[in-house]
Design a protein around this ligand. Structure first.
Ligand code: URA
Length: 204
């Protein structure tokens, strides 16, 4: 009984931290001690208008995968195909990413969760602007808090530099663990699949 109360208290506190004083309940997920908070989080933020990218987006691309994944993979921003489908990494580089995950016995729904620094597509696939990255940051932090991964993988320069507040190139950031703010979870950096499509010799 006490355990049950503690679980409910923890849920309410997390809810308050994420959404303020309003309570969002996802009645479709009643069997979980934490009614599916990622879905609720997505529903709560998917009409975001914090930056101008909402004006040109077709879809808000929240992320997808295993909600209890040990691996959280973070890319840059949705591209054209992602914007159309509302799903991350579904274009050409996504296909390569799927192959890379398969090579390590994973897939995007199996112990892996995929999202991006930005949830909306920058026009013409330009790099994310600083104010857009800042505006979207709390969404990413919320996803990290809810998925609770054991490892974060930043793919590509934009994701790595934004996450680590660094201007080092990927070549200098990869190959060693980093830590995000005061989080204990290690973050490693690797090349973006789009770069690997252009430079296949770097795949290995
Ligand atoms: N590139 C990214 O960084 N993210 C996507 O979702 C697609 C392409």
């Amino acid at each position: 009984m006490t355990k049950n109360l503690n679980v409910k208290k923890e849920y309410l506190l997390q809810n308050q931290e994420l959404f303020g004083k309003e309570i969002f309940l996802d009645i479709a997920q009643q069997s979980s001690p934490f009614p599916n908070q990622l879905n609720t989080f997505e529903k709560n933020i998917c009409n975001c208008e914090k930056c101008d990218l909402h004006k040109s987006r077709t879809n808000f691309v929240f992320g997808e995968g295993d909600k209890n994944a040990s691996l959280l993979l973070i890319g840059e921003a949705p591209g054209a195909q992602e914007d159309l489908e509302g799903r991350p990494f579904v274009g050409r580089s996504g296909k390569l990413l799927d192959k890379i995950l398969k090579a390590i016995d994973r897939d995007r729904f199996n112990d892996t969760y995929i999202c991006n620094i930005l949830k909306c597509r920058p026009p013409n696939n330009r790099d994310p602007a600083h104010d857009e990255t800042v505006a979207c940051r709390s969404y990413l932090e919320g996803q990290i808090d809810l998925v609770k991964p054991r490892l974060i993988l930043a793919v590509g320069r934009i994701a790595a530099q934004a996450l680590l507040h660094s201007d080092f190139p990927v070549g200098r950031l990869r190959g060693r663990p980093h830590f995000l703010n005061d989080r204990q979870v290690p973050l490693v950096v690797t090349y973006h699949p789009a770069y690997l499509l252009r430079s296949p010799s770097q795949k290995r």
